[in-house]
Each structure stands twice: as structure tokens, then as C-alpha cells.
Design a protein around this ligand. Structure first.
Ligand code: SD4
Length: 331
């Protein structure tokens, strides 16, 4: 368990730069000792349901558990909550009335697992983890994903609950597919964490855009788009219109920008700006699009940015668990 002393030792964001006196060295040889003190453990996740999800993840992180276990346990909270209508059990269906779930997971060794268009299983993130740990593949979709889940002992159950079914029947009257930014609050849960061992992992899970075409996949199950982790550099995850995130391979881009020396905040901003630029180039209306990124680097520094106001994310470190409104482009 992290005690207060460890916490103080690891959470000061000060960068201590010690320049040793010359000790007979020439100026050019003066050694600069730089000790960057890391903030860990830390976990962040998208939207309001990030608060209870972070709490579950924190239970593992504070006891020196693995970031991978923390992110899986964390995102299972909204997945299992029938009142959360955009993730897991109780999620909104596609236009055929089928609840199809997408999820992916990535650990500190770049092990990856994903499921797409998975039906009848409450915790797609755990199926994604099983794909990662128990198959020679990294992604299973549709019937194959379901078959695999059942073979692993996952239980088949109805995920379409009354509220979502009612909404779908209402939607059928017009059958207009026009996802509105932030209306489906809250959406995908993406979670990234840095554990006390200094390892990063991430998880992302969703029922996708409501009333999507059957078989549609968004960014959330796609490593590099909805989630990316590089244990040397940082981690990022996304929410919003998956088509736009896939277009720029969003989370991989964010992590690569961090690798180039950008802060997590700057990296998220640049990724959003790239989507904005392409939206204009393609003559589409920016007002119709929402995308949000959250990111974390190896030092435990965080960042978040989105296109439209209204996206928030939850951060849990040793000082507590809090919800933060992300900065946005269309100010
Ligand atoms: C998707 N990115 O399926 C997900 C949905 C989402 O806010 O996050 N909506 O495209």
C-alpha cells in the first residue's frame, strides 16, 4: 500500500536539476543530474462514470497491483451498470435492435486483445483480455467472438433492457442516423493507468454509436485508434465519433506526439486539431462532430482535449478522485 511518505516522494512534480561543481571537469563535462519525480499510481477515464470506475481501479493500484488489472476492473463498473446506456449491459442497440459491444485492452508489454460486434456478453473487456491471453490472435468479432466467450465460461444474457428498447422503437419511426455531439452522454469508457511499478495499461469499452448499422465498428475496439499504450512513452484513449478517430489513428498519434516531446495536453490538442483540419478539408460540419482524447505520460502527467465543450473525465491519484471538464476547440 502506498503510504503518505511514498506518496510525497513520488508525487512532487518538481524536477530537481543538480549541477555538480566542476570537480576539475571542463565546463562541457559538467554533469547535470536530473531526477524527474513521477506521479504514480494514477488512473484517468472518460466521462462521469469514470468516477466509480476509477474508484474500482484505485483499489488495485493503491495496493501495488498491476495497471492491467486496474483498468479491467475499472471499466467493468459501467459495463455492468444497466443505467449506463452507452456501455455494456443496458447499452443502446444498433438499428436492428441488437446490442453489439466493442472493447480492447493493452498492457505494458504491448500485449493486445479486442472484440468487435460482440452480442450477449456483459463484460466485453474481459473477453478482450481473454483474446489477448488465451488465443494466438488479437481481435475476434461477431459470432466468433461470442463462440470464444462461451467457450471461456462467459454467460450469454440479454443486454437489451426496456429503456433502450423503447428508445430504439421510437427511433425506428424516423430512422434518421444523426448522432449528436454529447447527446448520448455518457459514451465510451476509456481508461488509462500508471501503476506503482511504473507500468502503463489501458482499456476501452462501448456499445458504440446508438442505432449504427449492424456490423459497424467504431474506434473503441481498434488498437491505435480508441486506445494506445507504449510503456516507454505514455497512453491515450478516445471517445466520440469513432469514424473521425480512426481516420487519424488517434490514440497512436497522441502517444507518438508525446514521444516527440509534447506534453500529454499538447498531444491531445494536436490530435484534435488534425481532426478539425480534415473535417474542413472534407467539407463537413465541425458542429456535428465530437471527439475527446485523454492521455498520460510515464511521469504521470495528464492531458485532455475535445472538439466541443461538454466532455469531462475523471482523474484519481493519491490526492483523490475528481471530475474535470476538458478544454475544447470550438470556444
Ligand atoms: C464509437 N467512440 O463507437 C465510440 C462511441 C463513443 O461518444 O465514444 N461515443 O464510435
Amino acid at each position: 500500500m502506498t503510504n503518505r511518505r511514498d506518496f510525497l516522494k513520488t508525487t512532487s512534480m518538481a524536477t530537481v536539476a543538480v549541477t555538480l561543481p566542476s570537480f576539475g571537469l571542463k565546463a562541457a563535462e559538467v554533469i547535470k543530474v536530473q531526477s524527474v519525480i513521477t506521479q504514480k499510481p494514477i488512473v484517468l477515464s472518460t466521462w462521469n462514470f469514470g468516477i466509480p470506475a476509477n474508484t474500482a481501479a484505485w483499489e488495485i493500484l493503491k495496493n501495488n497491483g498491476r495497471a492491467l488489472d486496474a483498468v479491467e476492473a475499472g471499466v467493468k463498473i459501467p459495463e455492468g451498470d444497466p443505467t449506463e446506456r452507452s456501455v455494456g449491459y443496458g447499452g443502446r442497440p444498433d438499428r436492428d435492435g441488437r446490442v453489439t459491444l466493442d472493447a480492447c485492452i493493452m498492457d505494458e508489454l504491448s500485449n493486445i486483445g479486442a472484440v468487435g460486434c460482440l452480442e450477449y456478453i456483459k463484460h466485453p473487456i474481459s473477453v478482450a483480455r481473454a483474446v489477448m491471453e488465451k488465443t494466438p490472435h488479437v481481435m475476434l468479432v461477431g459470432d466468433g467472438a461470442l463462440q470464444f466467450a462461451l467457450s471461456q465460461g462467459f454467460v450469454k444474457e440479454n443486454l437489451l433492457l426496456e429503456e433502450s428498447e423503447k428508445e430504439w422503437k421510437e427511433w425506428l419511426k424516423t430512422s434518421q442516423y444523426k448522432p449528436i455531439a454529447n447527446i448520448e452522454n455518457h459514451d465510451t469508457i476509456g481508461m488509462i493507468a500508471l501503476d506503482t511499478h511504473g507500468n502503463l495499461s489501458g482499456a476501452c469499452t462501448t456499445s458504440g454509436m446508438a442505432f449504427k448499422m449492424h456490423g459497424r465498428l467504431g474506434d473503441s475496439p481498434i488498437i491505435g485508434a480508441g486506445l494506445y499504450v507504449d510503456n516507454e512513452i505514455g497512453a491515450a484513449t478516445a471517445t466520440g465519433h469513432g469514424e473521425e478517430v480512426i481516420r487519424i489513428v488517434g490514440c497512436h498519434l497522441v502517444v507518438e506526439l508525446i514521444r516527440q516531446g509534447k506534453s500529454p495536453q499538447k498531444a491531445c490538442e494536436e490530435a484534435v486539431e488534425r481532426i478539425v483540419k480534415l473535417t474542413k478539408l472534407r467539407n463537413k460540419n465541425l458542429k456535428d462532430i465530437q471527439v475527446g482524447f485523454i492521455a498520460l505520460n510515464k511521469k504521470g502527467e495528464t492531458g485532455a482535449y475535445c472538439i466541443q465543450g461538454g466532455f469531462n473525465y475523471a482523474v484519481h491519484d493519491a490526492t483523490g478522485n475528481r471530475l474535470i471538464d476538458a478544454e475544447y476547440f470550438t470556444k
